[in-house]
Design a protein around this ligand. Structure first.
Ligand SMILES: *Cc1c(COP(=O)(O)O)cnc(C)c1O
Ligand code: SF4
Length: 357
């Protein structure tokens, strides 16, 4: 059966849109590379990264070894925001492979969320009521060392275009599903054409009312947020939510801030999630500064996640009692709407689990 859905096109206020949406289609004025060019120039060699951030080569052997387990990967744009010569830089620590990744305590695993049990079709995870998560891309522009999907079998779980049908059919046949979440990998790493096709397929399913995109690209590759992409993400009948992933205020330079504001300006609800990471953002000052900086770019803090216990990331873990102390400090120093919900993932629970205290 072919369903025809009336397309209620989002009408953006003309003059305001023109004023704020200053990101041109491909080439930005403040940098000369298109996002595709930048994506083809990712830094994947530990030696190149150490040179760029002016750090000594004694770190190279361990970086190479840890990169064998999970490759180094960053955009030049993200790397440029690292302070040179500082081994403790909060951005560098998120991407530089180190020795500590080679050893993991017993309670750590390769699939800490047990996503395997909730996979209902290739690339489709149905774990929570009313919403499904679609693994729309197999890669990210950056490999975050703490990533809970660092061992994820993308090859086996990313549907090719021909295989999307099974996932779409599942969604179509389950009218309790109201929201489709595009995740990955990074769903915005695929082409505009593919994203447009996927959204139009999702729009054909009458019981879907919301489209959510979880992406780190506006942060790590802000040139990706072209006005062409923003049109695709906002001009359809669904309500749109975009959740970025940013862990530290230093990640938000002017270009990122412009990209975030352009998303909000397109009428998309803009939220952020953060992972609480030892040595990166586990202090009240970092987290309050992050919330304020996000809000100045029109993003609201959504979740502050405890680390998922994935092999190779144990050195980032913050104990629950310390996380609670930090959260109390945030409540005491920020307006309520700038305090993210403190949560963790517990396999087989019906939602992310709030840390109550
Ligand atoms: C986090 C997550 C969601 C969304 O949960 P919200 O609490 O609505 O943000 C959906 N599906 C999966 C598998 C998730 O991990
Ligand atoms: S962007 Fe997200 S999915 Fe990709 S490596 Fe980082 S944490 Fe993992």
């Amino acid at each position: 059966m072919v369903l025809t859905i009336e397309r209620t096109k989002l009408v953006l206020p003309g003059p305001i849109t023109k004023k704020v949406l200053m990101i041109p289609r491909t080439i930005t004025t403040w940098q000369s590379l298109s996002w595709q060019e930048e994506l083809s120039q990712l830094i994947t060699d530990p030696e190149t990264l150490l040179d760029l951030v002016q750090l000594d080569k004694t770190l190279l052997p361990q970086a190479k070894k840890a990169a064998e387990l999970f490759p180094l990967r960053t955009t030049p744009s993200f790397a440029r925001r690292i302070r040179p010569g500082d081994i403790n830089d909060p951005l560098l620590r998120q991407i530089l492979p180190i020795d500590q990744e080679l050893h993991s305590p017993m309670e750590y695993s390769t699939d800490p969320l047990a996503e395997v049990h909730s996979t209902v079709a290739k690339g489709l995870i149905h774990k929570y009521e009313g919403r499904v998560l679609l693994v729309a891309a197999s890669q990210c522009a950056i490999n975050c060392r703490y990533c809970f999907r660092r061992h994820f079998d993308y090859a086996g779980n990313t549907p090719s275009r021909g295989e999307w049908q099974a996932a779409l059919t599942y969604i179509q046949q389950n009218d309790s599903i109201e929201e489709v979440i595009l995740s990955g990998g990074d769903p915005l790493a695929i082409s505009d054409k593919q994203i447009q096709w996927l959204i139009s397929e999702i729009c054909q399913i009458p019981h879907i009312t919301r489209l959510r995109i979880h992406t780190r690209l506006p942060i790590v590759l802000p040139s990706r947020m072209t006005s062409g992409l923003l049109d695709i993400l906002s001009q359809h009948r669904l309500q749109s939510v975009l959740v970025v992933h940013c862990n530290h205020a230093q990640e938000i330079d002017e270009e990122v801030s412009n990209a975030l504001q352009a998303i909000a300006q397109a009428g998309i609800t803009l939220l952020n999630q953060t992972v609480l990471l030892r040595g990166i953002n586990d202090d009240a000052n970092s987290l309050t500064t992050l919330s304020k900086r996000l809000f100045s770019a029109r993003a609201l803090p959504y979740y502050l996640h405890l680390l998922d216990k994935v092999n190779g990331a144990s050195h980032f873990n913050v104990e629950e009692s310390d996380a609670i102390d930090l959260h109390r400090q945030l409540l005491a120093s920020l307006p309520g709407y700038l305090v993210p919900k403190l949560v963790k993932e517990v396999p087989d629970k019906p939602s992310k689990v709030p840390i109550n205290y």
